[in-house]
Write a protein that binds this ligand. Structure first.
Ligand code: SAM
Length: 300
């Protein structure tokens, strides 16, 4: 892939789009609906199509709804993936903001840049994943929350009617996560080891989506035990797999297939798999459905 196709480490996106997905050839910004999703644009809290906005330095940008609900593209000198800031004025990790002035202060909207080099979920969106299965109102159990970088964008996506149950076992990032959750009231921080879901069963309800980015050897087991406790039948999953954390002695593709097999044995039905290159090396994201009651078609 050329440099032009890579965006930059600050999280900008070039207009040229990106390389295709592992399956099919859906460039992140081009291809099937990648530029915000031809014909699939939604209105409402998330639907602020083609609004003129201003980046903090003053340059003009246009906001377009992405085909993933709750996700947007700020088109300007440099395109950026953004989410609608649930808490106007708040930033979480020094990300850029794009402001859309309304005719009254209540109508003012703010978007936060979502950096694919700092978030596997953003990376898989830019790589053209077909569905992330979360949108306004979703309840998401998020394993491996760290200090809340990606969690904060999931909080924007699910909005005030949704919830993110964010599990992190390390205390230092956990403290920062708690601070983020004090401001973003749809985040429930859980400072626990995700290997022991019984410890948080009183806090977490059945959820629509299970997401994991724990970068751990036992991540498939951790994922399965959390799914069996909290994920609805026909609920969806999104798992980020870092090959070297599981087995650095074999090819990443072998690790990915092993994890997929383990997931299938545990009643997960994978629908899509996507590589996170060039944002993350030897990482894949697998999405799918849990205990499906009916057949869900895999993308061609
Ligand atoms: N998802 C984060 C983001 O995008 O902002 C980055 C997550 S980082 C790659 C992995 C995190 O998983 C680390 O913060 C680590 O402490 C956490 N983790 C690893 N094993 C865990 C476990 N068993 N339970 C809870 N958290 C765990």
């Amino acid at each position: 892939m050329s440099e032009r196709g890579r965006g930059d480490r600050r999280g900008g996106m070039s207009r040229g789009g990106r390389g295709g997905a592992v399956r099919g050839n859906r460039g992140g910004m081009g291809g099937r609906g990648g530029r915000g999703g031809g014909g699939d644009r939604r209105k409402g809290r998330e639907g602020n199509n083609n609004r003129q906005a201003k980046k903090k330095g003053g340059s003009k940008v246009i906001i377009e709804a992405h085909r993933h609900r709750g996700v947007f593209i700020a088109r300007g000198k440099e395109d950026m993936l953004v989410t609608l800031n649930m808490v106007v004025g708040n930033t979480v990790y020094g990300e850029k903001k794009v402001v859309v002035e309304g005719s009254s202060p209540e109508e003012k909207k703010e978007y936060r840049q979502w950096n694919p080099f700092r978030s596997k979920l953003a990376a898989c969106i830019l790589r053209g994943i077909r569905d992330i299965y979360m949108g306004p109102g979703s309840k998401v159990l998020y394993l491996g929350a760290a200090s809340g970088t990606t969690v904060s964008h999931v909080s924007d996506i699910v909005g005030p009617t949704g919830a993110v149950y964010a599990v992190e076992m390390a205390h230092r990032p956990g403290r920062e996560l708690i601070e983020v959750a004090k401001i973003r009231t749809n985040i429930v921080p859980i400072i626990e080891d995700a290997r022991y879901p019984a410890k948080y069963r009183m806090i977490v309800p059945m959820v629509d989506v299970l997401f994991a980015d724990v970068a751990q050897r036992a991540q498939a087991q951790i994922f399965s035990i959390n799914a069996s406790n909290f994920l609805k039948n026909d609920g969806h999953f999104v798992i980020s797999i870092k090959a070297s954390c599981i087995d650095s002695t074999v090819a990443p593709s072998t690790v990915f297939s092993k994890v997929r097999d383990e997931l299938i044995e545990n009643q997960f039905k994978p629908i899509e798999q996507i590589s996170l290159e060039p944002y993350e090396r030897d990482h894949a994201v697998v999405t799918g459905v849990y205990r499906p009651s009916k057949k869900e078609k895999a993308p061609e």
